[in-house]
Design a protein around this ligand. Structure first.
Ligand code: GUN
Length: 284
């Protein structure tokens, strides 16, 4: 029987502390501000954006949401980002991904001021993370590290297996674990004998994007299973990349979906927005 890592509770405690930082910035005349850009009608993206705006409101962070049509052009989008880069009341800019396929995601991310890049996707921020000198960490991997910290699980010396190599999760996740002195293996779709490698993991990061892919027979007894997946199962129910019912009896710890990594991702976005506002204030 695994201990269930309660991301909702841990994120709630984190946000409560962050609320105090928002208040102390407000006392100095600074209201942190986040702009979220969404293009098109991706229903999952709309839910994510709504949740982000809701938490901003709860924390007293100013938020603006820009709903652009599916056929928005690159120049139009870049012009909006240029305006937001200059806007004093906005400290963080987040284009919700994925963007419609005719838009060049890399170019969009590169157009965001690195000081307002609260996703930490800009190449300048990605490079800073590689050398361990960062202002922002990407929200999902940072949220996972916070969950491990909250549960008192050190990564140092552990065999950590990260399954997935996206720029958003897999690659930065591996780097953050490495910074904590873990031994890190990154696996992907071309990895040979993935189940055998998963079975060596003290900490298994499931970020493959396939519903219930990881089953109990792939889990090292007592391992920490962190499920970054957000999928729909055959009945349309939200589920992770790990098959909870077969993994939970084998694992030592496991994050549920929903209620595990997801709430932490939003909490880290709020933290990055507050950090961006505080940095700007320090520079003024
Ligand atoms: N889409 C899914 N996850 C993310 C994220 O962390 N940031 C952005 N901008 N888009 C996403």
């Amino acid at each position: 029987m695994a201990k269930i890592i309660d991301g909702k509770k841990i994120s709630g405690e984190f946000l409560e502390k962050l609320g105090a930082d928002v208040l102390s910035l407000k006392e100095k005349g600074i209201v942190p501000g986040l702009a979220v850009i969404i293009a098109g009608n991706n229903s999952a993206s709309r839910v994510y954006v709504r949740n982000k705006i809701k938490i901003c409101t709860q924390l007293g962070i100013h938020s603006e949401s820009y709903n652009l049509p599916e056929d928005v052009s690159m120049p139009e989008l870049l012009e909006l980002i240029g305006t937001l880069n200059k806007k004093e009341s906005i400290h963080g800019i987040l284009p919700q991904l994925p963007l419609p396929s005719h838009l060049d995601e890399r170019e969009v991310i590169a157009a965001i001021s690195p000081k307002k890049d609260v996703d930490a996707f800009h190449r300048e921020n990605v490079g800073a993370i590689m050398i361990g000198e960062y202002n922002f960490l990407p929200c999902t991997p940072a949220g996972v590290m916070e969950l491990l910290r909250a549960e008192g699980i050190p990564a140092q010396g552990k065999n950590c297996v990260v399954v997935g190599r996206s720029n958003i999760v897999g690659k930065p996740m591996a780097m953050l674990l490495l910074h904590e002195n873990a031994t890190v293996t990154i696996c992907h779709s071309k990895t040979k004998d993935l189940p055998a490698i998963c079975k060596t993991a003290d900490i298994l990061i499931c970020a493959i994007g396939k519903a219930k892919f990881f089953t109990g027979d792939m889990i090292n007894p007592g391992a920490v299973v962190i499920d970054v997946g957000m999928n729909r199962d055959e009945n349309g129910k939200l589920c992770g990349d790990a098959d909870f019912s077969s993994c939970e009896p084998v694992a030592g710890y496991i994050t549920p979906v929903p209620g595990g990594v997801g709430p932490m991702t939003i909490a880290m976005l709020m933290k990055n927005t507050v950090t961006a506002a505080a940095r700007r204030f320090a520079q003024d």
